[in-house]
Design a protein around this ligand. Sequence first.
Ligand SMILES: [Zn+2]
Length: 165
Amino acid sequence: MITLTEDLIRTSFINASKGAAQRAQLPELDAIDFEQLDLLGWQDPKRPTQHYVSLEVDGHVRTLLLRGAERPPAKKLLCSWCEDIVDGNQAALFVAPLAGESGRRGNTVGTAICADLRCSRNVRRAPSSYELRSEDPALLEYHQQQKIAGLQERSARFVRTVMAG
Ligand SMILES: [Zn+2]
């Protein structure tokens, strides 16, 4: 994804007030390799139930406010964005306020996403033997590109749902 700046992030919130966008604690952006990311997700260190995700949708940077559930889910959930199936990756339930008036009235949309929001890493990992048994670099590359494309498509779809209000 493109290299994000503080300004780009703060001005691209789709479902938070200007005040909330200004108050959001941002990660250390200089330390991030954006070439390895399809989305940047992080937790607000001062408000641990608040999470943010920045990604490009239809050529624009969009930043989402997500609220994490207070308790971990009772059963294992599949991340609806990266759909990664490796054990140890925990998906959690998040809700996003809808954009605009609908969100101000308290309407939200929920989904299960990797608790650490590191879906970009999951779609770039080497496939397990039960996913793809191959040493062919072209096939491995194709497999990874398919996973990356799937993540981008599903996360963008969620952003569009939030923006539709
Ligand atoms: Zn994920």
